[in-house]
Write a protein that binds this ligand. Structure first.
Ligand SMILES: N[C@@H](CCC(=O)N[C@@H](CS)C(=O)NCC(=O)O)C(=O)O
Length: 230
């Protein structure tokens, strides 16, 4: 049975992908509470982790439970849903063809970049436990692939915006695609690579994070300062 609640419940943790959803909820001015849970925190708070496992068999964050009890996992799906139910937050572009590109951009990030990070973080899930050398090889390859994927993203989605001197991917304020790009590009040396290889896109990511509607969430998760290198 679905439970009625006053707001959203966001399963998430510091320095994680839940930051993008938190920022979207803030932009939508939607009430929510955070359950601090994550794979790497299961020993610190077993009860919260068990709750997360009950709603998401993959126990990944972000996972969002909507006020009517619907469970949403998958960052792109969550952000698209929030964009649709909170149109005033302007998380998705109003123009249909721009919106199509924004959806494509978010699915690109989730399916390609976020997935590569899953390989880097948990290589043993892909080839079994107990072979440290294979872990390292897989990690290295996935990291190289991740850096290439971000360059492809910059060329496919951000080059036009940069050419038109637009501050963000779509529109005059950061939208859902900007939030996901900013958060997921923080890991595995992607920013350092982009600073060198795609400086205009790198500057856009910094602009997204500095926007007054985004900066508080970024500093809650990562504190002040720049993205660390490797
Ligand atoms: N496909 C998922 C990936 C989410 C994901 O990998 N989240 C990480 C944290 S940033 C996680 O929970 N990892 C722990 C695990 O996979 O056990 C999405 O797009 O939301």
């Amino acid at each position: 049975m679905k439970q009625r609640a006053t707001g959203y419940v966001l399963y998430g943790s510091r320095n994680s992908g839940s930051a993008a959803v938190e920022a979207a909820l803030d932009m939508a001015k939607a009430p929510y509470r955070i359950v601090d849970a994550a794979t790497w925190r299961k020993k610190d708070d077993a009860a919260a982790f068990a709750q997360l496992q009950r709603v998401n068999a993959l126990h990944q964050i972000p996972t969002l439970v909507t006020p009517d009890g619907t469970v949403l996992s998958e960052s792109a799906a969550i952000l698209i849903h929030l964009g649709l139910v909170h149109p005033r937050a302007k998380l998705l572009p109003a123009d249909a063809s721009q919106r199509a590109q924004a959806l494509r951009a978010m699915v690109f990030i989730a399916a390609n970049c976020y997935a590569a990070i899953g390989v880097i973080d948990y290589p043993e899930r892909w080839h079994g436990k107990g072979d440290k050398a294979a872990d390292e090889r897989l990690r290295k390859g996935a990291r190289r692939r991740l850096h290439k994927l971000w360059c492809v993203f910059a060329d496919a989605f951000a080059a036009d915006a940069a050419k038109n001197k637009a501050a963000f991917l779509y529109g005059e304020q950061p939208g859902a695609a900007d939030l996901l790009a900013a958060v997921v590009s923080r890991w595995s040396g992607a920013r350092k690579h982009l600073a060198k290889q795609r400086p205009a896109f790198h500057a856009m990511l910094e602009r997204i994070e500095a926007h007054p509607k985004v900066a508080p969430v970024i500093s809650r998760h990562w504190g002040a300062g720049t993205v660390p290198g490797p």
